[in-house]
Structure formats: C-alpha cells, structure tokens
Design a protein around this ligand. Structure first.
Ligand code: SAH
Ligand code: TYD
Ligand code: ZN
Length: 409
C-alpha cells in the first residue's frame, strides 16, 4: 500500500487498497451533443485507516459538483424503498416520537419520501437538503425543507430557530459527507439530551461479503461498519447504542447514536462488532482479496458481454444507477456491448450515462422489442424489477447479474 492520505474521521493514515482509475461523476448524466471536454473526472480509489479502521475514498469530489439543482436521484422511484421509509416513520411515531411535541430533523431528505409520512402525522420536522430540485419536490408534498448542506453551522442555526431535535435521521446521506467532524459536532449540538441520531448506509460487511464493488463511487465517501462507527461516535461525545441490519440497497446497517452515557448499548452492537472482528472485514489482507475478486468480476463480465456480441445477441442495461457508473467505466462497457439503459427517472431519460455514454431510455423502450439479455445495474432492486418485468422472462429474456459474481438467470 503505497498511496496514503489522512483519515477524514481521526486524521490517521489511510492506506489505499484499490484504484478504479479515472471516473466521471456518477450522477452527472450527459446531454447528447455536449462538449466531452466539459465532463468532470476524478481518481476513484479506496483505502482503510490504520488507526480507526474507517474505509473511505482517497480523494474527495467538491460537494457542489455532486449535489445541486439538477441532482437527478429521486428516492421515491422504488416502491420497496417507499414502503421501507413509511415503515420507519410509523415505528418512530410509536417509539422515539411518542412524547410531547417532538421535533425531527432529516439530513438529505431528498424528495420527502420519509418526512412526508411524519408531516402527515402532524410532527414538527425539518428536512435539510442541498439539492434544490428534489427539495422542491419534497416541499410540494407539504414537507418543511431547508435548502442547504447540513454542517455544524446549519445545526446551530436550526437549534436557535426550532430547539433541540428528538430524532436526527439520515438515510444514504451520512456516508456521502467527507466533512464528518463538522457533521458530528452539529449533531452533538442539535440533539436533545434524550434524543437519538439514526442513520442507515451501505454496510462494509455486505460489500465485502458480496463483492458489491459498485457501491464505490464519488458520492459514497465512507463505508461504515459497527466498529468504525463506534469509534467515530466516541470521538465526538456520542455513543453507538444500537445496530440493525437492513436488506435494502444490497445490505445496509441502521446505526443509532445517543449522547455518551445516555443509553445502554443493545447486545446487537457487541454482537456485530464481534462478527466483524471474526471476519476481519477491515483487515488490509481482506480488502486486498476483495480487490482481487473485483478484477475477476471485470474479466468475467467483459468476456460474457463480448461473447454475446459475437453471437449477435442484444444486451441492454436496466437501471441507470449511480453504481453503474463504476461498472461501465471500470469495465470499459460502451454501446458496442450494451446498446442502451432503461430507467424510470425523468431527469435521466434522453441523456447519456456518465463517462460510458450509454443512452438512457424510458422503461417502455425495454419491451419494444425485448432484448435477449438485460444487464441488471439496479441489482439492489432485483425482486421489485424482476417481478415487474416477468413478461421479459416469459418471452425468453435472461438477466445478467454481476454481484456477487457474474451469472445469467
Ligand atoms: N435519504 C434519501 C436520499 C439519499 S441521496 C434516500 O435514502 O433515498 C443523498 C442525499 O443527500 C441527496 O439528496 C443529497 O443532496 C443529500 N446531501 C448531500 N450532502 C448533504 C449534506 N451535507 N446535508 C444534507 N444533505 C446532503
Ligand atoms: P438506486 O440503485 O436506488 O441508487 P443509485 O443510483 O444510488 O445506485 O437507483 C435505482 C435506479 O433504477 C434509479 O435510477 C431508478 C431506476 N429504477 C427503474 O428504472 N425501475 C425500477 O423499477 C426501479 C426500482 C428503479
Ligand atoms: Zn481514522
């Protein structure tokens, strides 16, 4: 491990374990005919901190390049995710929010998929969302939104205006934020003495176990584990008091933090830390072995796609995910191998995928006519999509998967 940088959590030394090379911004869909020289690239590489074991990117992309007015990702695009967030809202209402005039703050509320349910229940709330387009969608649903990046200063302003938060929540957002010191100082200041900071993000243990290397891209700066989160919380006067594994997005953990000493940690915390230790998930040797499997997946996937092209089969992509930017650009997948990608997001349709420049087409294009094979980029939504597209299977179509290895189903 020759390349090093300083840890964004503890300032220790981060040693690189895998380099994906030059990559485009994962959510920067390109207008056809745009000047290719304008496309922004950065070096995507990932390392582990020798002091606190936090796995993180080696280079940071400026936040305004990723999160802005035209940020295309809409959380409500998946029925399973809508149900997931509504269920959490329901649970919070009967637990942490079952008190006098509770107040909830959500970081990265996106289109309001979670807060809408709490707003409907009359709960005092605030979403903090820097991406203006999706924030507007949330506001139209009756969600109270502040269009800004959450950081320490924002937290202090919210505290002055609204008072302390009983629940601070963040889904698939905390791992997007490199300036963790400012975030946790803000959380510490804003959180009610008896409150909780709950966040859920892709879990390092699942990424290693499934070789889901496409979870690694510009927006995913940190890859959390119970061990690294526990250390990170402790450094900021907070304590990891609960963990819950979640099946969504290919395997996540929901972490609950409280002020240090305010709550007794559940047995689940010690159990998951022990499991991580047994699997040595943050050991440099484990991470290098992960890298070897990533190279293997690239070799196998490219070989399969080339063989299918030679046979004359038509392959299209399904789901123009941010994750797929890593797959297509790291594997060198162009329109010769994958003709286009179908996706339901209005802001992506009619554009080209970042870097690889595969055309994005509307979902109806999938059946007109069906391709021979569909490369499932949105594999984290496999059950939902494969059920919805049963007619493709019935017509003889086959799905190509590449997590945990390359296979056809
Ligand atoms: N919570 C949603 C959205 C996840 S996408 C879900 O789980 O589906 C990540 C979101 O975080 C984006 O909408 C992005 O604009 C937002 N974000 C990025 N940095 C942020 C920050 N510092 N504070 C608050 N939100 C942020
Ligand atoms: P997702 O995997 O949730 O996130 P990320 O972009 O962070 O990798 O993205 C899912 C994408 O797939 C999104 O662009 C919407 C699209 N999609 C469909 O086109 N059809 C579907 O049925 C579902 C569930 C998603
Ligand atoms: Zn560290």
């Amino acid at each position: 491990m020759s390349n090093t940088t300083n840890c964004r959590v503890c300032n220790g030394t981060v040693g690189e374990f895998f380099d994906f090379g030059r990559q485009p911004l994962s959510d920067a869909f390109v207008e056809p005919g745009a000047d290719p020289a304008q496309e922004f690239f950065y070096r995507l590489a990932v390392g582990v901190c020798g002091s606190c074991a936090m796995v993180q990117l080696m280079e940071e992309v400026p936040r305004d390049r990723m999160f802005h007015e035209a940020y295309p990702y809409h959380s409500s695009g998946s029925a399973v995710m809508r149900a997931h967030f509504e269920e959490l809202a329901k649970r919070l209402l009967t637990t942490e929010l079952a008190r006098e005039d509770p107040f909830v703050v959500e970081l990265g509320c996106n289109d309001g998929v979670m807060l809408k349910a709490l707003a409907d229940a009359g709960v005092r709330h605030l979403g903090v969302e820097p991406s203006g387009g999706v924030a507007d969608v949330a506001a139209l649903k009756g969600v109270r939104v502040r269009k800004s990046f959450f950081e320490e200063q924002t937290a202090r302003e919210i505290l002055a205006e609204d008072g302390p938060a009983d629940v601070i929540y963040a889904a698939n957002t905390l791992c997007h934020i490199p300036y963790m010191g400012s975030i946790l100082a803000g959380v510490k200041a804003l959180l009610h003495p008896g409150g909780v900071f709950v966040f859920e993000d892709p879990y390092l243990g699942d990424i290693i176990a499934r070789t889901s290397f496409d979870q690694i891209y510009d927006e995913h700066f940190f890859f959390f584990s119970a061990s690294s989160v526990r250390a990170m919380a402790a450094a900021h006067g907070l304590e990891l008091v609960d963990v819950e594994r979640l099946p969504v997005h290919g395997g996540e953990v929901r972490y609950t933090l409280a002020h240090a000493g305010a709550r007794t940690p559940s047995d689940a915390v010690a159990a998951l830390v022990a499991e991580e230790r047994a699997a040595a998930i943050d050991d440099p040797a484990t991470l290098r072995a992960f890298g070897e499997r990533v190279l293997r997946i690239r070799t196998d996937l490219v070989a399969l796609l080339r063989r299918l092209r030679e046979e004359g089969s038509v392959v299209v992509g399904y789901g123009a995910t941010a994750k797929s930017a890593t797959v297509t650009n790291f594997c060198g997948i162009d329109t010769d191998l994958v003709a286009y990608v179908c996706d339901s997001t209005p802001a992506k349709i009619g554009r080209l995928t970042p870097g690889a420049h595969l055309p994005v087409r509307e979902p109806a294009a999938f059946a007109a006519p069906y391709p021979d094979y569909a490369l499932l980029f949105a594999w984290n939504h496999a059950d939902e999509i494969m059920a919805k597209e049963q007619a493709f299977r019935d017509a003889g179509g086959r799905w190509i998967r590449y997590v945990p290895d390359v296979h056809v189903v």
